[in-house]
Write a protein that binds this ligand. Structure first.
Ligand code: SF4
Length: 362
């Protein structure tokens, strides 16, 4: 597992500090650059505005171009942007107005507003970066989020964003703001768990959520926004998947992709694992039906977080590697697997004794 925090020697700061680590000459120098002056086996020293920044990291860890955030009084730095990775996500809030049964990041009451720091960070990102925004529910802080996106969009035309949202907070007045940010630069990842309002509301723990979601989807469609519908496959919605495919085909044909997702064993997903996880390696029937139906009607379908050997061969084409590099692992039997390079493996916190029953190298 890749650590998203690095130990640092304490810094005399009273405000959060965002730095870019520079170990080579850059074509896009910035006032936020800290330059390498010494490299040892277990730590590196950088110079930033005349003072020393010591990062504890082994000498083989790639850090050139990484963007870090150090908070006052902390002896660790958050790796906001890893320059060598395609999997950079900014957690903009831990607050949420839903309580999903499988949530991997259960909500917290407190919110720390770091949008100003995130705005600096994305300006320092590598060229063409595709940056995830997640929570909690990012749109609980919609004005701050949209201002952040507008700033980022005007400073860096090359950046793209993937934003996870429960779509409970879009309003007609947002259409012009979405347009100003650039419809082509944001893909909205929106969970839809059932074609039945009551079941969706039950899974997300919020009465009326389905109806509000439908309003938002209609609004996003009128705006011309890009939408990735996300359905975590669970015991709760298993029998509904075929009907949900019909719903997607008939009610949301504008979506860029419909992602059927396997469960992440973290947070409520871990707490509720036994009553939520569906072993799709032993029974793929409902997913097969849903894919057949949706794909035949021109919907782009994708399987997220499915190990390739859990998927019947004809459907592996729908299962890209989607688990972020920093939380991905493989098991012993993956060692000699012929498709390992294309397989996304498992979440670091996956427990095989409670997981898929029919796996093995291909
Ligand atoms: S054996 Fe491992 S690498 Fe191969 S398909 Fe299965 S999970 Fe992926």
């Amino acid at each position: 597992m890749i650590d998203l925090r690095l130990k640092v020697d304490p810094l005399p700061i009273v405000e959060p500090l965002v730095l870019r680590l520079c170990e080579t000459d850059r074509a896009d120098p910035s006032e936020h650059d800290a330059h390498l002056i010494r490299r040892e086996l277990q730590h590196r020293e950088y110079e930033y505005l005349g003072f020393s920044v010591v990062i504890h990291a082994t000498s083989d860890m790639p850090l050139d171009g990484d963007v870090l955030m150090v908070l006052p009084g902390q002896a660790s730095a958050h790796r906001l942007i890893r320059a060598s990775s395609q999997h950079n996500t900014l957690l903009v809030t831990e607050q949420c107005d839903q309580l999903c049964v499988m949530c991997s990041q259960p909500p917290k009451k407190h919110h720390a507003d770091l949008f100003d720091q995130f705005a600096i960070a994305v300006r320092l990102a590598p060229s063409g970066a595709y940056i995830g925004i997640s929570g909690g529910e990012p749109l609980l802080h919609k004005d701050r989020l949209f201002a952040f996106l507008a700033t980022a969009a005007s400073a860096r035309r090359d950046l793209r964003f993937h934003i996870l949202t429960n779509a409970q907070h879009f309003e007609p007045s947002d259409v012009s703001r979405l347009d100003a940010i650039g419809l082509e630069r944001v893909l909205w990842g929106i969970p839809l768990y059932s074609s039945e309002a009551d079941l969706h509301d039950h899974i997300v723990g919020k009465p009326g959520a389905f109806q509000r979601l439908e309003q938002s989807l209609a609004l996003l469609m009128r705006a011309g926004a890009s939408v990735e519908l996300r359905t975590v496959v669970t015991q709760q919605n298993w029998e509904n998947l075929r009907d949900l495919a019909n719903y997607v085909v008939n009610r949301t044909p504008f979506v860029s992709v419909w992602a059927l997702m396997q469960l992440e064993r973290m947070g409520y997903g871990r707490m509720n694992w036994n009553r939520t996880f569906r072993d799709t390696s032993s029974d793929f029937t409902m997913i097969r039906s849903a894919i057949n139906l949706a794909a035949a009607r021109g919907i782009a379908v994708s399987l997220f977080n499915f190990p390739l050997c859990s998927v019947p061969e004809p459907y592996r084409q729908f299962a890209p590697s989607t688990i972020s590099d920093w939380k991905r692992k493989y098991l012993d039997f993956c060692d000699d697997c012929s498709v390992r390079a294309a397989c996304g493996g498992f979440f670091e916190w996956y427990s095989h004794s409670e997981g898929f029953s029919k796996l093995g190298r291909i």
